[in-house]
Design a protein around this ligand. Structure first.
Ligand code: FEO
Length: 382
């Protein structure tokens, strides 16, 4: 696939993977993108996952018969770096261009930092290939500390590493935002500040094409994607609505959650999302929590704590800097309901969260009193 006259796509699609990064389901597979820039000098940008060595080398050989001059390593996570050592054994004269931290990681992964063949780059360093001059822009913690992105001023292409990536192989058509959001919140969500820093640097560049390491190459309407990245990385509200995330042991907490959903809908709430944390994709539920500005957590007291799926869910939120949200709580307990207290404690180090005045307390099953509380909670969430 040609991206421009000189830039070729040489990545691969992975439909055999069960869990990406050991935890994310990827029903439409995964793409590991890799690129070649053909100029007087030839540069390859990143390798691919270890299970696709042969296919990737074939793609590379098809794209260029000449030995590449440079292998640019933007990110050392093994879904991109796994073939560095194979590459360096095949192409004996190619130099590696990467950050100092990336070379340290090569030493860890491969037992060598390719000292004689290393070009260490830092913020603003350039590499001239002929017509194309590449500028390296440091992007620490988007998503690992050694990450850099690369700007080609000739074709106005930003090679964005994991930034603007998504789940899903490139031979499957699907909505970009849904799987890009789940990918971003799950994988990079904690590092909003670092993404904001990168977006600031990118805003000074004239970008016509974004080439990420996962997901499709973005060529049109770039403001749309950049705007979403801006919202996600600043923990803003992307969509109006309320998310109700619940766990239920015998159905009574579920009934309370559904009652709230129906009330909110009846009262004109634009969108109410209901997620059963024991059954839905946890990463999807986490994505929804960040997407909307209001969330209700409904769960039971369990072993003097809260139900395990809710504890796991809240841990996912707090470790990703959950902030700028309004939170309502529905607790259920048959003898000592303390879930609300436990939930509030779990968020005590989170910033800029507002709890609703109303907390719904269900004692075993809904009654008049708890139904009134649900009504009051719905009013507060409109
Ligand atoms: Fe796609 Fe952070 O690796």
């Amino acid at each position: 696939m040609n991206i421009t006259n000189d830039i070729k796509y040489i990545g691969v699609n992975d439909h055999a993977i069960d869990l990406f990064e050991g935890q994310y389901t990827v029903p439409n597979g995964m793409a590991y993108n890799s690129y070649v820039i053909k100029d007087e000098k030839i540069a390859v940008l990143d390798t691919v996952d270890k299970n696709f060595s042969e296919e990737w080398f074939n793609n590379l050989k098809e794209a260029t018969e000449k030995e590449p001059d440079y292998l640019i390593v933007q990110h050392m996570e093994p879904d991109h770096s796994a073939n560095i050592d194979n590459f360096m054994s095949i192409y004996k004269n190619t130099k590696i261009v990467a950050t100092d931290k990336a070379f340290k990681m090569m030493q860890q992964f491969f037992g060598t930092d390719y000292k004689e063949r290393a070009i260490v780059v830092k913020e603003g360093d350039t590499l001239n290939l002929g017509k194309h001059t590449l500028t390296f822009i440091m992007a620490p913690m988007v998503h690992w500390p050694e990450v850099m992105v690369t700007y080609d001023s000739f074709d106005k292409v930003l090679f964005s590493a994991d930034g603007f990536g998504k789940f899903g192989a490139l031979d499957v058509e699907e909505d970009w935002a849904c799987e890009a959001r789940r990918y971003y919140i799950g994988i990079v969500g904690k590092y909003g500040l670092q993404v904001q820093n990168l977006l600031k640097k990118a805003s000074a560049l004239d970008i016509k094409t974004i080439c990420p390491l996962h997901g499709p190459i973005l060529t049109e309407n770039l403001e749309y994607y950049i705007n979403l990245y801006n919202i996600w990385s600043s923990y803003g509200v992307e969509s109006e609505g309320v998310v109700i995330a619940y766990t239920s042991v015998y159905g009574n907490t579920k009934k309370a959650a559904e009652t709230l959903q129906q009330l909110l809908t009846k009262k004109g709430c634009k969108k109410v999302v209901l997620n059963d944390l024991a059954r839905c994709d946890m990463a999807e539920a986490v994505e929804d929590a960040f997407r909307y500005g209001k969330i209700v957590l409904a769960t039971t007291t369990y072993n003097a704590d809260i139900f395990p799926f809710m504890r796991e869910f809240i841990n996912h939120l707090t470790e990703r800097n959950f902030l700028n949200k309004k939170i309502g709580i529905i607790e259920n307990g048959s003898w000592a309901p303390t879930a609300a207290k436990t939930i509030k404690k779990m968020f005590e180090n989170s910033k800029n969260l507002e709890f609703t005045d109303t907390t719904v307390t269900v004692k075993s099953a809904l009654n008049k009193e708890s139904l009134n509380q649900i009504e009051a909670l719905a009013e507060e969430l409109l």
